[in-house]
Design a protein around this ligand. Structure first.
Ligand SMILES: *Cc1c(COP(=O)(O)O)cnc(C)c1O
Length: 374
């Protein structure tokens, strides 16, 4: 059906085709080439970081990032209950223990009060995740991490260009802690098709990330290995797409905020919680995420199906980690409750938010929401 409004479609109208064609024409199609170097240094610079190590996707960026911190096996890493499984997999695959923190009612990001309650003598690190383009409260989180000597692995995969006020200064997401990770999947603020990166300011960590990404090939003798790694390399073609997308990031972020303003305007009087932006945050509103107020007699699944009948595609919210059969089967989180994460899963979805969406489509999607809720 051609008149379905897709929840996400990328816009590839800059230099994407030229740069990718250049890779093909010049034969630089694997993981060496000028676009890799350019993408790594430009993205690191955009985030105010010294080093960028590009990888195949955001999921492996997190796994690689956790691996280079040399955290003692079995130690705890604090992470939000409300996020994608990539976060927990990065912790589990490194032999560490995930400890879940519930999310804040308004921003859906890690609740700092709950974070404090979950810190133990075994805690080693925190993985803050900026959800749907809104930053975690880093002004509160940073001193807690410092006080308890916890490392920070920042997951900024949904927050390219978002900012957070810390001690009176605006700081960009991707600049916090030992290591920051991004995804450049097709629906992210900028995309490589598939892609990811780990950023750091620490030269030792940067070297470990480069080695780990590339099977820890020997420095002197290539096939003599002193460490264990992966093939997590990004191709020059992915980086070429990323370079072209990065040229347009300001325009993309402005457009996200413009779309959010349009939706806000259209949906203001409906029984919905609209995306909330704290005074200390500059959200990119990566996804226009809404939740049904309690007075609405149906849940998000029904809401989504009624919207789909009107040609509006949506995406459900994350199912919290403690509700996942796969982790329960591992004996994790058996009696845990994270009421906010559980609640928003049942009541929330996100509306079409891709770069290719038109104003006319936004108005049509908003009208469908109004009809379903009337
Ligand atoms: C998209 C995303 C990832 C994973 O990125 P992929 O490139 O899809 O592997 C990790 N964390 C968060 C919060 C994400 O939204």
């Amino acid at each position: 059906m051609s008149d379905i409004i897709p929840v996400n479609e990328p816009l590839l109208e800059g230099n994407e085709l030229d740069y990718v064609a250049d890779c093909v024409k010049t034969g630089w199609i694997s993981s060496a080439g000028k676009y890799i170097d350019r993408f790594e240094s430009e993205w690191a610079a955009y985030c105010g970081r010294k080093y960028g190590i590009a990888v195949a996707n955001g999921t492996v960026a997190l796994e690689l990032a956790v691996s280079v911190l040399n955290i003692e096996s079995g130690k705890e890493v604090l992470m939000p209950a409300f996020t994608i499984v990539s976060c927990i997999e990065a912790i589990l695959r490194n032999g560490l223990k995930p400890v879940l923190v519930d999310c804040d009612k308004r921003t859906y990001c890690m609740d700092i009060e709950d974070l404090k309650r979950k810190i133990t003598a075994n805690s080693a690190a925190i993985m803050p995740v900026h959800i749907y383009g809104h930053p975690v409260n880093m002004e509160k989180l940073l001193p807690i991490a410092a006080e308890h000597k916890l490392k920070i692995i920042e997951d900024a995969a949904e927050a390219h260009g978002a900012e957070c006020l810390v001690n009176g200064k605006w700081k960009i997401c991707g600049s916090f802690g030992e290591l920051s990770c991004f995804s450049f999947y097709a629906n992210k603020n900028i995309s490589c098709g598939e892609g990811g990166i780990v950023l750091t300011d620490d030269p030792t960590l940067a070297e470990k990330l480069k080695a780990g990404r590339n099977l820890c090939f020997g420095a002197k003798e290539r096939f003599l290995h002193e460490g264990r790694g992966w093939n997590f390399r990004m191709t020059n073609m992915q980086a070429a797409l990323g370079c072209a997308q990065l040229e347009q990031i300001d325009k993309f972020i402005t457009r996200k905020r413009e779309m959010a303003a349009m939706y806000n305007n259209e949906l203001a009087t409906l029984p919905l919680h609209l995306p909330f932006v704290e005074k200390w945050a500059k959200s990119t509103v990566w996804m226009y995420a809404i939740t049904l107020k309690d007075q609405v007699p149906f849940d998000a699944v029904e809401f989504a199906s009624r919207l789909m009948k009107k040609g509006v595609q949506t995406r459900p919210f994350f199912r919290a980690m403690h509700e996942q059969p796969v982790y329960r089967a591992l004996g994790l989180f058996s009696n845990e409750k994270h009421p906010v994460s559980e609640h928003i899963y049942k009541r929330g979805l996100y509306l079409p938010s891709g770069q290719a969406i038109t104003n006319e489509q936004i108005l049509r999607a908003a009208k469908a929401v109004a009809e379903v809720l009337s």
